[in-house]
Write a protein that binds this ligand. Structure first.
Ligand code: SAM
Length: 367
């Protein structure tokens, strides 16, 4: 019997055409939402595909052979991404993060990096341009990315212990290749490197102190992330979350830590430094200490939908404006209108009921 595949790619994330105001106000560079949060960051997903099947993000049971990823024609082209980014920058965006899926799987990504690196903020500074990767092919790509103008990189690494790492990525990928990628990025000066570890109780929480120990004194910043109820496929349960307070306690039992001020208002990670001066760590506590009140991030999906929250159930179809012949002024006004009406605060209202909502998958919206 032949397997029946139900094509869902084109309808599952259907989104309305954004409202284009009749008057077209010029961007002021200070765009605030209904809760006074100013647009500052744009996360751009460049592919919904990934070569890992991390059990908490793209579980194999869902993202299997029959799963239909977006067809190439659906993806925003580099020119379309750059055009939209320019409009966001005029509205005050200063920080860009490329993500996915696995962004380094997008062919010729360095060409996009070069286009984005050429943009300037309203006061003429380069953008803070960075990328989040699983590190699997970073060793091969680090130089080209740096030469194209990438400034920094964040590498996801959930364990140093090879069997634990292979089990978490669920494709038997060895940790040594990711460590080589981290070294290559460091050599290329894509620093300070951030290393993200999603902590799941009973799976990798025994690796917390070892991760801290390994990267102390290297200049890299390990950030411990609470396991979140993103998407609708990762079987999230509160019992699996290791609260950041526990992470800090466990590390400080081995290495004395002291809190430090955020680098800027709205910074997601809470910062701690080693009392002996050997560097810092961060904790990201979206579950136990929601930071919606200072969230300044917009997200652009692989096919050009704008999401105003990581936990959104719907987005706004900017691609239809791009491909529908709308002028920059019209698209800019639509973006302004969308952000001005933003009221999202999912993490503040999270409950077992909201966890079951059909939220957009993180691999699609971008982490
Ligand atoms: N493939 C790239 C990578 O591995 O970094 C970029 C995309 S990935 C979705 C971005 C980040 O989201 C990774 O650090 C990943 O560990 C994190 N992430 C994915 N699912 C998560 C979850 N349920 N809770 C917390 N973090 C999660």
């Amino acid at each position: 019997m032949t397997e029946r595949i139900i094509p869902i790619a084109d309808t599952r994330y259907s989104a309305p055409l954004p409202f284009v105001p009749a008057s077209l106000p010029a961007p002021t560079g200070r765009l605030t939402d209904v809760r006074g949060r100013q647009l500052h960051d744009l996360r751009i997903s460049v592919t919904d595909r990934c070569n890992f099947r991390c059990t908490y993000c793209m579980p194999k049971q869902v993202f299997d052979k029959g799963y239909q990823f977006l067809p190439h024609a659906s993806l925003l082209s580099f020119e379309e991404i750059t055009r939209l980014t320019r409009l966001f920058v005029a509205h005050g965006v200063e920080k860009i993060r490329l993500t996915g899926g696995e962004p380094l799987l997008r062919k010729d990504l360095e060409k996009l990096v070069a286009q984005l690196a050429a943009l300037r903020t309203r006061i003429g500074s380069p953008l803070d341009l960075t990328l989040t990767t699983n590190g699997s092919i970073l060793a091969r790509k680090a130089r080209a990315l740096r030469e194209a103008g990438l400034r920094r990189v964040t590498v996801s690494l959930d364990a140093l212990d090879d069997p634990v790492f292979r089990a978490m990525n669920d494709v038997d990928f060895p940790v040594s290749d990711v460590l080589n990628g981290i070294e290559a990025a460091d050599r290329e000066g894509l620093a300070p490197l951030k290393i993200n570890m999603v902590v799941k109780r009973g799976v990798n929480d025994h690796e917390i102190v070892e991760m801290a120990r390994r990267f102390r004194g290297t200049g890299h910043i390990v950030r411990f992330i609470e396991f979140m109820d993103v998407g609708a496929s990762n079987g999230w349960r509160m019992d699996d979350v290791v609260p950041s307070a526990e992470v800090v306690r466990r590390i400080s039992e081995r290495f004395a830590l002291e809190p430090i001020d955020p680098n800027y208002e709205g910074e997601v990670a809470e910062r701690w430094r080693y009392a002996d001066g050997s560097g810092e760590i961060g904790v990201i506590s979206s579950v136990t200490q929601p930071f919606c009140g200072s969230c300044t991030r917009a997200r652009l999906s692989t096919e050009g939908k704008l999401y105003t929250c990581l936990f959104a159930t719907g987005g706004h179809d900017l691609r239809s404006l791009l491909r529908g012949g709308y002028a920059d002024e019209q698209i800019s006004a639509a973006i302004g209108h969308l952000w001005s009406g933003r009221g999202d605060r999912y993490s503040e209202i999270r409950s077992s009921d909201t966890a079951a909502l059909r939220k957009i998958e993180m691999s699609y919206i971008g982490g």
